[in-house]
Design a protein. Structure first.
Length: 94
């Protein structure tokens, strides 16, 4: 899965995760679509672990699985001082 995310105040110029030389298998940080959604929800101020009651009266999570991607939220590390920031955010995963 490859995703390009731009703007919105997310950490810019980031590449999160990597794949093998053929782009077949994630080598590190195997993110899933749920992680991208959790990142967007968290950035919009929506707690992805929040529950609401469905029509049958059962509690449901806004997002059942997924964790915000730290590289995009700025929680992992700050950019190196003195290095320019890019114009967009790139999330690359193969």
């Amino acid at each position: 899965m490859s995703v390009l995310v731009a703007g919105g105040g997310l950490a810019m110029g980031q590449v999160a995760g990597s794949s093998n030389s053929k782009g077949e298998i994630p080598v590190d940080a195997p993110y899933r679509p749920e992680d991208v959604l959790a990142t967007m929800y968290a950035h919009l101020g929506i707690d992805p672990r929040q529950t609401f009651t469905d029509f049958a009266g059962r509690p449901r999570y806004v997002l059942e699985q997924g964790e915000p991607i730290a590289e995009l939220t700025g929680a992992a590390s700050d950019p190196t001082p003195g290095e320019p920031e890019g114009d967009g955010t790139t999330l690359a995963r193969g």
